[in-house]
Design a protein around this ligand. Structure first.
Ligand SMILES: Nc1ncnc2c1ncn2[C@@H]1O[C@H](COP(=O)(O)OP(=O)(O)OP(=O)(O)O)[C@@H](O)[C@H]1O
Ligand SMILES: [Mg+2]
Length: 430
């Protein structure tokens, strides 16, 4: 890279945007459009409103969590390019904040092209929702270690590539989240079923064309970490690592800090930082900022090696623990970063005191219909606990409806206390 372009890149990173905040009904208000209004979007919305922005929260159904707190809300199919473009034309946002992956990416690109700030950038949002593009960037371009993988665009190709990767392997659609369409395959006999599962479970199933898949070796996991990484006008910083436990592809518990071997810690933070810097450079190449919180998912193996899994270009569900562990939660950090406010190492510190651990416990409710919670008084009697009830209108099958938070003297105690808060809640069905 020549000196001129190096300078241009440094200049681009030091530009800050002086948004006018505090006059949400005024002429100069800062207009923010949330695309996705779930529990994570609700917290981001609250943090943006605390700083005086005007927020419109969009989702596919009425009464979504963020829609209940934003200045305005809209209901639409965000994967429909025509509907999304009409929303952009109506709202004329200064900043678009995607909270989900299923968004018409061509509209995000067009919005970015017209000067709207897309978080973290239109290109990065579309890379991170595509396992193939993300894996190629992370492993082949940035050199991050991953489990061995190949891609396949047909059942025949998957059969061949699964043999090369070896068994047991994991087959996942290129575009999916929350474990949808994923299978662990122990031998060649399971490949047909895994291909079928990926075609059914992929995003936009039924859209016609065949979904490509990634087939990767099943990693011998010791544990998993999330490293929240913030890209802001002050550069890239990493939060203390978050440990997590998954069930059926969904997170159930997380804790911070995760006490890990110092070597693992520095490798994990270095990998997270390199992954995010790589994505931010990608954003800068298209003239965008690349600001926001990223959730970098890492696998730690039995032998202590660390592998990159994937990254969410937004706050991560396991990061809900930061609502009790950090002075500035991942949602507050996201709000600051996207508004151009600097986030430094000192902004991402824990606030729970030395040798204390915080934990979150997701409350996943099974059933159908409206579900409320009773016995909150007993659940929150201990001063080291907290709770977020998402107020989602209904449950269909199973749905994350609340998260319990707690602080304890060690990981075991913090997790047990958070579990107790969740367990104390009485589910009320009407
Ligand atoms: N190659 C692998 N080896 C071992 N475990 C894996 C592998 N791939 C996925 N898993 C397990 O499945 C979980 C979900 O996988 P992954 O993060 O790739 O999918 P996802 O659909 O994007 O999930 P989410 O949206 O919940 O992050 C991982 O956190 C891990 O527990
Ligand atoms: Mg994941």
């Amino acid at each position: 890279m020549g000196r001129m372009s190096e300078n241009a890149e440094i200049q681009a990173t030091t530009v800050t945007t002086d948004h006018i905040l505090g006059t949400p009904w005024g002429k100069n208000r800062t207009r923010i459009l949330m695309l996705g209004s779930g529990e994570l979007g609700k917290e981001v919305t609250i943090e943006l409103m605390r700083l005086g922005a005007w927020v419109c929260a969009a989702d596919s159904y009425e009464g979504a969590p963020a829609a209940q707190v934003a200045h305005e809300s809209r209901v639409l199919d965000m994967a429909d390019p025509t509907a999304l473009q009409a929303l952009f034309d109506e709202i004329r946002p200064d900043i678009i904040v995607p909270e989900v992956e299923a968004i018409a990416t061509e509209d995000l690109a067009a919005a970015a092209g017209s000067g709207i700030q897309v978080v973290p950038s239109a290109d990065v949002a579309s890379i991170c929702m595509d396992r193939e593009r993300l894996r190629v960037l992370a492993h082949e371009d940035l050199g991050l270690a991953t489990t061995p993988y190949l891609f396949a665009g047909s059942l025949q190709e998957l059969r061949r590539n699964a043999e090369s990767v070896g068994y047991p392997c994991v087959v996942k659609p290129i575009m999916s989240s929350s474990g949808h369409g994923q299978s662990v395959v122990d031998s060649a006999e399971g490949i047909d079923a895994a291909w079928h599962e990926a075609q059914v479970g992929r995003r936009a199933a039924g859209a016609g064309s065949v979904s490509r898949v990634i087939v990767e070796a099943l990693a011998p996991l010791d544990y998993e970490l999330t490293v929240l990484t913030v890209s802001s006008s002050a550069g890239v910083v990493t939060c203390p690592p978050i440990g997590q436990r998954q069930e059926h592809g969904d997170y159930r518990e997380s804790w911070q800090p995760a006490y890990v071997d110092p070597q693992v810690l520095s490798t994990a933070q270095d990998m997270a930082s390199r992954a995010v810097r790589g994505l931010v450079s990608q954003a800068r190449r298209s003239g965008e900022r690349g600001w926001g919180v990223f959730g970098v998912e890492l696998f730690v193996l039995d032998d202590g090696s660390v592998l990159f899994n994937e990254v969410s270009p937004r706050p991560h569900d396991t990061g809900m623990v930061t609502m009790i562990s950090q002075r500035l939660s991942e949602f507050a950090l996201h709000a600051r970063a996207i508004l151009g406010i600097p986030v430094t190492r000192d902004h991402v510190r824990l606030c729970i005191g030395p040798d204390r651990v915080a934990a979150s416990h997701a409350l996943v409710v099974h059933g159908e219909g409206e579900v409320g919670f009773g016995n909150v008084a007993q659940a929150l009697a201990c001063p080291d606990t907290d709770l977020r009830i998402f107020s989602k209108p209904v449950v269909h099958g199973h749905r994350r409806m609340a998260v319990a938070l707690a602080v304890g003297d060690d990981e075991t105690r913090a997790r047990a206390l958070a579990a107790r808060v969740a367990g104390d809640l009485r589910q009320e069905r009407s």
